[in-house]
Every structure is written in C-alpha cells, then in structure tokens.
Ligand binder design. Sequence first.
Ligand code: SRM
Length: 561
Amino acid sequence: MDGEKKTKEEIIKENSNYLHGNVKDELLKKTSSFNSDNAKILKFHGIYQQDNRDSRQERAEKKLEKEFSFMIRTKLPGGQLTPEQYLGLDEISNKYTNKTLRITTRQTIQFHGVIKGNLHKTLNEINKNLVNTYGACGDVVRNVMSCPVCDIDSNHPINLGTIAKEISDYFLPRTRAYYEIWVNEEKIELDNNDVVEPLYGKFYLPRKFKIGIALPDDNCIDVFTQDVGLVSVLSDDGKGILGYNILVGGGLGHTHNKPETYPRLASELGFIEPEYLIKTIEGIVLIQRDYGSRTDRRHARMKYLIDDKGLEWFKDELAIRTKIKLKPLKSGVKYTFHDHIDWHKQKDGNWYVGIFIENGRIFDSGNILIKTGLKEIIETYKTNVRATPNQNIILTNIKEADKNQIDKLLDKYGFYRVSKNLSSLRRFSMACPALPTCGLALAEAERTLPSIINELERLGYGDDALSIRMSGCPNSCSRPPMAELGIIGMSADRYNIYVGGNLEGTRLNKLYMEGVTGKNLALEISRLFNTYRGNYKGDEKFGDFCNRVGIENIKSLISKP
Ligand code: SRM
C-alpha cells in the first residue's frame, strides 16, 4: 500500500475474526445500538444500523440518545421468491418492522425499523423462510441481478435467474459467522491450516461489488452501472446462450464538489463462452481484491482502478490470472428496456402480471392496501413473486381463469393500474428511501417524488413516458445518473437536476441546474418539458432531445419567452 494508511474499515475487517466481531456479545446487552466497529461488521450480515433522522434534533436537544433501528436487506439473486417465502417475509414485517416491505433497485426486499431487541428473532425467522441476508451489504459481491422474467416470458427463453444464483452462491462469504450468530449454528473450531475465506481473504474486497446479467433486448438491470455487467449473446434461434459480452467498471456513486469521484459507465472488455464465465468473473473480482484501493474508500470501487491502470492493463492482468483469452465482443447488441408492468403471457400458457409499486414501498395506508392486497393474491393464487430492478413486483404462474379475479383484487385494494390511473410519468419513476432512515441522505427522495409527480400530472405532463429518478444524495441508489431526468439531493431541501440519460440505460445524463428547492422542482421540470414539447424532432424522446440539444442550448431555449 505504498506506506499509506489503511482505512479504518480495513482494520475492522482484519480484526473481525472473519465477520464475527463481538456481535454476539453485544446482542446480549440491553443497549439500543452496536458500537461502530460491530455496526460495520453487521453490514456483511445484511444489517444496517440506522436512526430516525426526523427525531434526531429533538432528541439531541433533550439529551436523549438517537432513536436507533435496523434495516435488514435480503439477498435474492434475480429477485425470485416462492409464495411461501414472500408470505413469510410479509409476516415477519408485521411482527418486527415498521410494517413495510421495500423492493430495492437491485431486486431485493428490505425491512426497516427493526429494534435491536428483535434483531436476532427477525434474522432467525428470515432464515427459517429459506431467505438469506448474508452478503446483501458489505465489501463482497452484492445481490446478483438478472431480468426477472427471462425464463418465463415467451420473448425471453433463457433462464438467467439460475445463472445469477450460481454466481451469487459462488461469491458468498464462506465464514460461518452469520450462521453462528443468527441461526444458532454450533461454532466450528478450525484447524490453523483451514482456509476460512479462500476467495476473499480476511480483508474481503476493498468495497462493495456488483454483478448483473442482461438480455440485449431487455436492459432492465442497467447493465452499464455494474462492476461486472454481462450481456448474454444468444444463438441465432434465440434458444441458447453462446456466451456473454463482459463489461467492467460501472458505478454511479459520487460526492458533490469532488471531481475525483464520478459516475462511470462500464467499459466493454470482451466476449466469453458460458463454460469460462465463473472463472472469468472470479479473475475480475480477484484483481479488484488485490489492486483496489484500501487506503481511500472514496476511490475503492473498481471503476477507479480501471481508470487508474487502464483497460489494457486490466485485460492483460485478467489473462495472466485466468489463462483464458477473451474474444472480441460480439457486436450487434441494440439495447432496449422493459419494465414488465401489466399482463403478459408466459411461454407455458400461464400469465404473469407486473404490478407498479411506487418507489418499491409495500404498505397499507388509508384506502390503499398494497400490502394486504398482495398478501391476499399471493396466498389465494399461490403465485411466485419476482422483484424487478425498477422497484416493482411481478406475480407469475397465473392461470387464464384467475386473471379477472386478480384484476378485481388489484382494483379493490387500490393498486395503480396501467389502463386506469398509472401515468407514464409515474410508471418510470424511482426514488431511494433517503429520509428518515438513510444515514447518508442529504435531502428527501421517496417521501417527495410522489408529490412532484402529482403536480406534474396536474399540469398535464402525465402522459410523457420518460424516466425520472430521484436520490437523496449523489450515491445515486435509484440510479438517477442514467435517467432522462435525474434529481439528486445536495443539502436540506436543495436538489440538482440532470437531463439527457435514456431508458435503454446506455448514457449518463448531465447537470442542468443546481440548488433547486423542493417546492420549485415541479416548476423547473415543467419548463424543461415545455421546451422539449416545442422543439423535439420526430419521435425523439425527452432524454434524447436533451442529449442532442445540449445543456447550454436548453437553457437558452428555456429563457426565450
Ligand atoms: Fe445504495 C449506500 C439504499 C442501490 C450506491 N444505499 C446505501 C445505504 C445503505 C446507506 C448507508 O450506507 O448507510 C442506503 C440505505 C437506505 C435505506 O434506508 O434503506 C442505500 N441502495 C439503497 C437501495 C435500498 C435504494 C433503493 O431505492 O432501492 C438499493 C439497495 C440495493 C440492494 O438491494 O442491494 C441501493 N446503491 C444502490 C445503487 C443502484 C444499483 O446498485 O443498481 C447504487 C449505485 C450504483 C453503484 O453502486 O455505484 C448505490 N449506496 C450506493 C452508495 C455509493 C457507492 C459508491 O461506491 O459510489 C452508497 C454509499 C456507500 O456505499 O458508502 C450506498
């Protein structure tokens, strides 16, 4: 490390005895939080220590400790759940959490608001439902994404979900710490020669690591944002996978006013046949393990390693490690995007229905009973469940004869429906949780975006089919840098607006306006939409228009009366 100091996270990992820390001891104490070292170890177990940001100031004034609770993130490769697993998670959320389930932008389900005293029971019950949270967070390979319907949709005959699961299992941490702490597994005494983490070692990776597999004609997973993005290349008859175009070094997080941090699209590396896939990904992960920064966490994602060393260096290093020669990329990939909303016929003759869940939050409120409705439908019709990369949910294996009844239930419980009240603008919108749970949020997102959409609908822009994504900070958890219109929080009630991405997920947007207040967001966005409406060419979409015209020209068009 050239004499530079390791980050504190590296020291905590090293001293954690392979992710044990002293979590078990601290769990027994009658405190409401963990010390900061254990809180960092807990992330590897899928747990984040949070506090209610809404009550922070008041409690500080009253000299009370923060109102701590925990977010738990499951690991669901390809977003797939059986009906029993979903219902189990639903029940757990009723018992131990803030009564919501939240579908994430990486196809997992999160719980919020678990108090420390319930943490063991919650994790234990999640595992009893055969769902895992191990490695959902932390410096390891995170949830592996894949199109949620490719195995059942008649247009997409390939089962990428099983490949996502295979990759995910391969990269799970091997230490038994998780099972000893949460599932009460007997501690296994290791021989000195036993290798606990053959792949990760005791320092794990320098930072989180993300993998996703896309179909060329369905980039719903945003393949260019992954550390390793795989684009499957299909045989001419479309029934088999010839191999994968491999992309490396995607990532969206950055910090305001720190130009050395930036969002980056993954670079195209080469093509690989299916039999070499895992070995090749392993090679990439190990390069990042061995060369990624351990001295500056802001610079520790693989995107920076690739920019520092160059793509050619990366390719050579991979070839040396794997002894596998990548082939030139298979060309001809034209990216498109599907959100899988509404009814679609499966290739076996059954149906699946994609249901819009605003910002992924499954909850009951007033007459809108999303949680109750989903439970009833899944319980009655035993549908399988799939979480989408756009925070929505898909119910699968529905018989033709049950469609009508399910439609009625969706209406009865107040779900948004494409044919009725789901505007195009809302349909492609996403926001991260931000306040009050996220410790990193600089401003609102999930609590604010719905009202901005309401206002834009009221002003007559509901039919504009474009992607709006909002994040409370530049970490960009709802992937706003890829959106046609991105909104990123910069400080309390101040937001930056970005324009020019596309739904196909092949382009980053650019900064258009800084420091807009929450109450002015809808107004500024409506001025942009008007400018687009008055000036687009042919069937040009909003993001394509902004990209073609350029920021300065948009500004001058807007300022014209
Ligand atoms: Fe994220 C950190 C929520 C997807 C980039 N993210 C966080 C934390 C855990 C805050 C923290 O570290 O204390 C947030 C918890 C909020 C809460 O209360 O739940 C959080 N991220 C989310 C989720 C739930 C947003 C959502 O709306 O669904 C997503 C969970 C995905 C999952 O199931 O695994 C989520 N986060 C993303 C994505 C999008 C993606 O992966 O497709 C990104 C951008 C892509 C990328 O990684 O570059 C993303 N999250 C970050 C970053 C910046 C990382 C970076 O290296 O630049 C952080 C901060 C960090 O890691 O230090 C972060």
